[in-house]
Design a protein around this ligand. Structure first.
Ligand code: FAD
Length: 313
């Protein structure tokens, strides 16, 4: 019998269904729930609205594992357009980038050139330039992504790195970035990986997440100007992290929590009201169906949103 997760994966990967849903006005409610808009202008408008409500944003142009050179070029264009349009916005935005959407799924040299091009557009943008936040994809890309981070940092480009608590190597990767006074966005990890380099149980991943969070909130990290970002919706972990931060004398604003736009909105609001800095991962673009279906799949309680979209489609 098919499981809920395998149904969701099937729905997310069906190109025909994606085309149909994305072209259909009736499915707009599902898109609105998880996506900031279809164009970069829409995404920035949503980021402004969030800023007024007390949230920062990480803008993300949708599309991952892109192997078509024309689509890669369009993705780079969209990222640079976002940098240009954000120039005077004063929203303290992060610009999230998946290495495989700018060339790493096609040719590493092209991917690096594109990342440098986006990074330089950030450097040239006077005013409130965004931080380039590198997302982390499956284990095959980790070493290459970290090499890219080092290259961007060496060029003086403001760069943050997402690292996954599910991987055993992450303890060393976090230590190296702390030593250089950089920035890490710590997530649990979205890629199930049965090999020995990954923790297998949810408890082991959560335990590692907390151990890494303690490193990121250490006195040494603080002295080096390291900037911790905790990308999670796990309220138990968040409560423990807040306690560690408080004990270590970290002030709100010296570290952040980041959650996905449309996910656990009540928790987002509560944290904000309690004085925490909360950033929301805000995707935009026409290719929203696979992303939205994955969000639905993470919690069966979202099924009603999907059912409405499918029935109205
Ligand atoms: C800002 C951000 C950036 C990310 N970037 C990456 C990345 O670059 N690479 C990567 O591998 N992974 C990334 N992820 C995904 C991450 O690795 C996890 O897969 C995902 O965040 C779920 O883990 P969790 O920490 O929220 O904990 P969980 O234990 O999965 O969830 C905690 C609680 O939140 C609820 N919840 C979680 N998701 C939903 C949802 N969609 N709808 C309703 N409730 C939900 C759960 O039901 C549970 O109660 C990112 C996540 C965030 C928030």
């Amino acid at each position: 019998m098919k499981t809920w997760q395998s149904w969701m994966i099937g729905l997310a990967r069906s190109p025909g269904l994606a085309r149909w849903m994305q072209a259909n006005r009736a499915t707009a409610a599902l898109a609105r729930r998880f996506v900031g808009g279809l164009t970069v202008e829409d995404g920035i408008e949503t980021a402004k609205r969030l800023w007024q409500a007390g949230f920062k944003a990480s803008l993300y142009y949708l599309g991952e594992y892109v192997a078509d050179p024309a689509l890669i070029a369009e993705t780079v264009r969209q990222k640079k357009l976002a940098v240009m349009l954000l120039k005077d916005a004063r929203l303290q935005v992060h610009l999230s980038v998946d290495p495989t959407q700018i060339g790493y799924g096609y040719d590493d040299a092209l991917g690096e050139r594109n990342a440098l091009e986006i990074g330089r557009s950030i450097q040239q943008s006077s005013g409130d330039a965004p931080v380039l936040m590198l997302d982390m994809e499956d284990a095959g890309y980790v070493t290459r992504t970290l090499a890219l981070r080092d290259r961007l940092a060496a060029e003086g480009i403001p760069v943050g790195q997402t690292l996954q608590a599910s991987l055993k190597r992450t303890v060393d990767d976090v230590a190296a970035i702390i030593a250089g006074g950089g920035s890490v966005r710590l997530v649990k990890g979205a890629f199930a990986d049965p090999r020995p380099h990954a923790f297998q149980s949810r408890d082991a991943i959560d335990e590692n997440y907390l151990a890494l969070a303690r490193m990121m909130l250490s006195a040494d990290a603080k002295a080096r100007g390291f900037r911790p970002v905790f990308g999670t919706h796990d309220d138990a972990l968040i409560a423990e992290i807040r306690q560690v931060a408080d004990t270590g004398g970290w002030e709100s604003g010296q570290y952040e929590f980041e959650m996905l736009y449309g996910v656990r909105t009540e928790l987002q609001r509560q944290l904000r009201e309690q004085g925490e800095q909360v950033r929301l991962y805000l995707p935009f673009g026409r290719d929203w169906w696979p992303y939205a279906v994955r969000r639905v799949g993470e919690n069966p309680r979202n099924a009603v949103l999907l059912a409405r979209a499918l029935l109205s489609g």
